[in-house]
Design a protein around this ligand. Structure first.
Ligand code: ADP
Length: 605
């Protein structure tokens, strides 16, 4: 006999098991025990409050920071046959009265509201009349100034405990640090909350960190690997977003730009285009993402290093939410570290110096992510350990390191010695570009003018490309064997540790991507991705087209109809009857009724 929780999940969502910690989290909500639930993005937090809400006879109130997020959630719930609504200021008083009626008559199971709305006494009075005594607080880290998305309006949620003393409060977040968790519990005055912290590993994501050598070529490579699939390209600056989006469009890619400098209307349109699958590629600053629920994002590409591992985890968390494989590529250069440090240390707008605590904490974050990028250990392990968890497996088989896509530069000590000697020979007074030219034995104007052909280091790295040499120099800077001066024309200088290299008293390790020829060989040997096994790709495409049309007609995002995972499974098992279709992952009773016949038609022609 399945539990009422599982039975509800199966009936409305068509899933047949719990994700890790869901059962515990749902039981806490069902029994009215306060809880704080930390799960990575895509871990299934929403179901933790949605499923118990269906088994209660009073409404569950969900606090959510963004209207767009609420709308998508409500649409998805309605598609699953759940009575849910949102309350927001853009609704007419007629609409609000209708919701009020449904709420007080006990017809609504879930009501989504903003924290500002909840702060209004008249609204709280309405909730009391409706008998609300379960509150789910989504994105709960917004209440903490230690979190990376602090929102002062979340602080008003403090009043809930006093005004609804019998209610249970449930906080959900993907932000993991212990400090933020403690702060959430304190701010909400949680009573002996059940604390659940999920696994931070995302095994379906493949992480790659590549030295940024030829950005355009590297971007195109990723796009070509993911033809017809959805992805987000993150850039650091608005200008880079505009430039890259325009260049991609000129090259025939259907890419949409997004950054905070665009008007609200432009941003809304861009977001909607992506959610409704009218565009697959978004080039954006970090302003894009919160509120993006599209579950079939197959790649996330960072053209530069983000400013913390938390940000990276959150941004890459948008990939593969449907549990299918997805790729996260980060193009990294030591120059990114310098960029972020300059940004952090620059004066405030009023000319005052930045807060020293802010600077120290931001620099710590930069150092951590820099270590991650230049690291040579498994990426999954590095991320999981950063969040204070253990990684039990030896190899993840899903990162550039474990897949053997990087290798040690042979005889790195000699390479490092050549570079350092060159810096020494020019009296530590030239920048990276010129040092590279000398080492490669180039015939530039500047080299001729300064007579640098006569240096003993001229042409010592002749066979290497400019990008390779640049990457090695940055690796040496990050390892402390070289430094770059500040100022408008930074020059390379030796450091106290340089001596150890020059005298061969230390080991130096430099990494590089493996040669293209070896990569091809490896790719051939790699197993086909399991989730595509036996899937009729033609049928999958046909199902996607059908889904897009349905979504358009109903004016909801396509994933609200069915996830990619469900479509792939249908394209694999080719169900011939409604009964068989009901067995497929993600097909519950109401979706079977709404779409079953149409789907069978697509499958069986
Ligand atoms: P989060 O809010 O933690 O980022 P969601 O609640 O949006 O994650 O869940 C991510 C996806 O996983 C959604 O498509 C959701 O329907 C699906 N999901 C949640 N729980 C389960 C489950 N028990 N079995 C299968 N799929 C699930």
């Amino acid at each position: 006999m399945p539990s009422p929780l599982l039975e509800t999940i199966s009936r409305h969502w068509g899933y047949d098991s719990f994700r890790p910690l869901q059962q515990e989290a749902m039981t806490a909500a069902l029994e009215g025990r306060d809880s704080i639930v930390v799960m990575p993005t895509g871990g299934g937090k929403s179901l933790c409050y949605q499923v118990p809400a269906l088994l209660k006879d009073h409404p569950t109130i969900v606090v959510s920071p963004l209207i767009s997020l609420m709308k998508d959630q409500v649409d998805a719930l309605i598609a699953c046959g759940v009575k849910a609504a949102q309350w927001n200021s853009s609704q007419s008083s007629l609409e609000q009265r209708a919701i009020e009626r449904e709420l007080t008559e006990g017809k609504l199971k879930l009501l989504f509201v903003s924290p500002e709305r909840l702060a209004m006494p008249s609204f709280r009075e309405l909730l009391r009349r409706a008998g609300a005594h379960t509150f789910a607080i989504d994105e709960a880290h917004c209440i903490s100034h230690w979190g990376h998305d602090f929102r002062p309006e979340y602080r008003q949620l403090k009043a809930l405990r006093e005004e609804f003393p019998d209610a249970s409060l449930h906080a959900y977040t993907a932000t993991a640090t212990a400090q933020v968790r403690r702060d959430i519990a304190e701010q909400l005055a949680l009573r002996d909350p059940l604390r659940l912290v999920g696994e931070f590993d995302r095994p379906n994501l493949t992480y790659r960190v590549l030295p940024r050598q030829d950005e355009w070529k590297q971007v195109v490579e990723v796009l070509e690997r993911h033809k017809g699939e959805a992805g987000i390209i993150y850039c650091t600056r608005r200008r880079d977003v505009d430039d890259l989006a325009a260049k991609l469009q000129r090259a025939g890619y259907d890419a949409t730009g997004y950054h905070a400098g665009m008007t609200q209307d432009e941003r809304r349109k861009a977001q909607e285009k992506f959610s409704t699958e009218k565009t697959d590629i978004v080039v954006a600053t970090v302003a894009f993402g919160m509120g993006i629920d599209r579950s079939n994002v197959r790649f996330i590409l960072h053209t530069a290093m983000p400013k913390s591992i938390e940000h990276y985890q959150q941004e890459t968390g948008r990939a593969g939410r449907d549990g299918l494989e997805a790729e996260c590529v980060l193009l990294y250069s030591g120059a990114d570290v310098v960029f972020w440090k300059t940004m952090i240390e620059r004066p405030n707008e009023d000319g005052s110096a930045p807060d020293p605590e802010f600077v120290a904490s931001s620099i710590r974050h930069i150092v951590d992510i820099d270590r991650y990028c230049s690291g040579t250990a498994c990426r999954h392990r590095a991320l999981v350990e950063y969040f204070g968890q253990k990684y039990e497996r030896d190899s993840c088989s899903a990162c550039d390191i474990c897949l053997g896509e990087t290798e040690d530069v042979p005889d790195a000590l000699t390479v490092a010695q050549k570079i350092l000697s060159c810096v020494y020979r020019v009296q530590q007074s030239f920048g990276i570009g010129h040092i590279i030219s000398i080492l490669r034995g180039e015939k530039t104007e500047r080299i001729r003018e300064r007579n640098h052909e006569s240096l003993s280091t001229y042409g010592l790295l002749k066979g290497s490309s400019r990008n390779e040499v640049r990457d090695w120099i940055w690796q040496l800077i990050n390892q402390g064997y070289l430094e770059q001066s500040d100022g408008e024309y930074p020059v390379l200088r030796l450091t106290p540790s340089s001596r150890l290299v020059l005298k061969a008293e230390t080991e130096v390790r430099l990494r590089q991507p493996i040669a293209a020829s070896k990569k091809k060989e490896r790719a051939r040997r790699m197993q086909p991705v399991e989730s595509w096994e036996s899937v009729d790709r033609g049928l999958f495409e046909a199902l996607r087209i059908w889904r897009r049309a349905e979504a358009e007609e109903r004016q909801v995002p396509p994933y609200v109809i069915f996830s990619d995972r469900t479509l792939r499974e249908i394209a694999r098992v080719r169900p011939t009857s409604l009964m068989e279709l009901r067995e497929v992952y993600g097909v519950g009773d109401s979706k079977l009724e709404a779409f079953g016949k149409a789907l069978l038609k697509v499958v069986n022609g």
